[in-house]
Design a protein around this ligand. Sequence first.
Ligand code: MF3
Ligand code: CO
Ligand code: CO
Length: 269
Amino acid sequence: MSNVSIKSTREIELMRRAGEITVATLMEVDAMIRPGISTEDINRFVHEDTLRRGARPAPLNYHGFPKSVCTSVNEVVCHGIPSEKDILKPGDIINVDVTSIVDGYYGDTSVTFYVGEPSTEAKHVTEVARRSLDLGISQVREGARLGDIGAAIQSFAEKEGCSVVRAFVGHGIGRIFHEAPQVSHVGQSGSGMRLRAGMCFTIEPMINLGTYEVDVLEDKWTAVTRDGALSAQFEHTLVVTKTGCEILTKRPAPLKNSERFPGYWSPSV
Ligand code: MF3
Ligand code: CO
Ligand code: CO
């Protein structure tokens, strides 16, 4: 017996609603990304938009986190704290991680955006991260194993010359922000817990251009790459089904400031 909860049909309906509202806010963040705005502008927008939708921003006061969204720029791996002093400039990449609580259920999703035109390196790490999430998701179905997800991500990302962060993992989610299981983004196929229909969890690979090692700053939250190289991340919340999974934070339309290089992998991958 695992300690991973199986959500009921009714709970999955509530998770679906939480996912929809969370991604709706993230879509609006996409529309506001441009050079010159501060990460605090993003925080203010996410906070107000979340409340407008009848939801609550999960990060605010979560274990003392001081803001309503995480904004992670360039070498920041995750848990960046919005600040009036952090102004986006052309060439930056920024992950915006939105988590909303809707009628007690959590939706959790993040995207890395391009600010202006990216360097070759910024584009590469971002597109590797995007595809890493897609490949992880493609492993999910009833009967598959947790290790299949990490293996798919790790083999791809490392083949592309990137590294996969070990210090943070995906997580079960429901009426609790972070619950069992832990979803590692590295691993061995055929290992780990078997997935069952009705399990809800996130996959959220953090992909670095250099070392996978991270340091957490004095503020106790901001995680940065140890070597200062770029990092990118994408995250979805999903529910396992018999034949695959349903992405609960599926976006209704392409992103203006992220999905800008649809031909990046063709024709070889
Ligand atoms: N949204 C993050 C995750 O994907 C967690 C952020 S915790 C916070 O799990 F406190 F930093 F907001
Ligand atoms: Co998460
Ligand atoms: Co998140």
